[in-house]
Design a protein around this ligand. Structure first.
Ligand SMILES: [Zn+2]
Ligand SMILES: [Zn+2]
Ligand SMILES: [Zn+2]
Length: 366
């Protein structure tokens, strides 16, 4: 792992970016070589007949190096992981068990509540998916993201807009930090499903944000696409999840290079048409609900009222489907989930299967 500007870049993302970076480096090297060679040729070659032929050959080579244009000239979009914990964060309020005491003692990673940011380096624009109770700490992670963002003035805008998944605490509680008691944002676009839009517009305290113009709510139907910028969009995909207050969306982010599906909460794959394989087929990379490792990991409490597909079962379902498993990053981890602890047997099992545990601060190419 290497660090850049306080942000962690993890090895698992490197292979995704390497081919493009290698191509760009090669092209730069060839261009520099050609410029140098042309200069040398112009000054040293005295043969009147060979000089035009040599220059023509170099020109052809230079043009071939400039093509294809796509890889380096397309806008660079990235996804920054702002948090990977279930709604309550890690450590969790009031937990004095080993899972959270180890985090307080610095022996296991602290995890902020699940959220990601999407950034476009060419314009400096950025968008969030979800705005949970850790938004103040996450705003610090966002500093300097994406490269090219200029933050001018005493209170620069948090972002260009927020895509919401659903109404549970870990996904919308941070919106209250945009109100008059706090950041007092101005006209910040918020995209979400119709039930969540109605909740924000009509229920206290959320409607105060709307009425004062701190946020502007835009309804998106299942399958609807939000065009964020040229070459960058977000598609809403409804998934089955406890619907006391709102529907739940996963978001498919499509960037210049590849697509990422963000699905932090889903009750069970059997309730999704086509099951887990159909879900994973929707994008090149999938950040998926990994709340629990197994259904018996909360002592004294069942998980029937908080259904999530346990990671062990998800990997079982995908046995023999290596190409699909390699798309997977598990996120939204409960404090009890041992796969969140580096080098636990469960974390090793995830890696052995070909999937990965998502980490706070990780960056993925889009
Ligand atoms: Zn959640
Ligand atoms: Zn705990
Ligand atoms: Zn939820």
């Amino acid at each position: 792992m290497k660090s850049s500007g306080g942000r962690a870049f993890f090895a698992p993302t490197a292979p995704l970016a390497e081919p493009r970076q290698a191509f760009v480096k090669l092209r730069r090297l060839l261009r520099a070589l050609l410029v140098h060679t042309v200069a040398m040729t112009s000054s040293l070659c005295t043969c009147a007949r060979s000089k035009p032929a040599l220059l023509s050959a170099l020109l052809v080579l230079l043009l071939s190096c400039a093509s294809p244009q796509t890889a380096a000239d397309e806008p660079r979009a990235e996804l920054l992981v702002l948090g990977t914990a279930q709604d309550a964060g890690v450590p969790q309020l009031g937990c004095r068990a080993a899972c959270c005491e180890a985090v307080r003692a610095g022996r296991a990673p602290r995890r902020l509540v699940a959220s990601v940011a999407i950034g476009l380096a060419s314009s400096g624009q950025r968008w969030l998916i979800d705005c949970g109770p850790d938004i103040r700490a996450q705003e610090e992670l966002l500093r300097g993201f994406p490269a090219g963002r200029s933050e001018i003035g005493p209170r620069p805008a948090l972002c260009e807009g927020i895509l919401l998944t659903h109404a549970h605490m870990g996904h919308i509680a941070g919106l209250l930090q945009l109100g008059r008691e706090a950041a007092a944002s101005r006209g910040l676009p918020v995209w979400c499903g119709p039930r969540l839009a109605a909740l924000l517009r009509t229920q206290a305290p959320w409607h105060l944000l709307v009425e004062a113009g701190h946020i502007v709510v835009h309804e998106v139907l299942d399958g609807g696409v939000v065009p964020l910028a040229p070459g960058l969009s977000a598609e809403a995909l409804q998934v089955p999840h406890r619907a006391e207050c709102s529907e739940t969306y996963a978001w498919i982010i499509r960037g210049p290079q590849r697509s990422v599906l963000y699905c932090p909460d889903i009750d069970r794959f059997s309730d999704f048409a086509g099951g887990v394989e159909a879900l994973l087929a929707r994008a090149d990379c999938v950040l998926l609900d990994g709340t629990f490792w197994s259904l018996d990991e909360i002592p004294g409490r069942g998980t029937a009222d908080i259904p999530h597909p346990p990671i062990a079962r998800t990997l079982e379902l995908l046995a023999g489907r290596g190409a699909l498993v390699r798309k997977l990053f598990f996120t939204h981890l409960n404090h009890t989930n041992p796969a969140g602890w580096a080098d636990s047997a469960q974390a090793l099992a995830v890696r052995a299967a070909g999937a990965r545990m998502l980490q706070d601060g990780q960056v993925l190419q889009l």
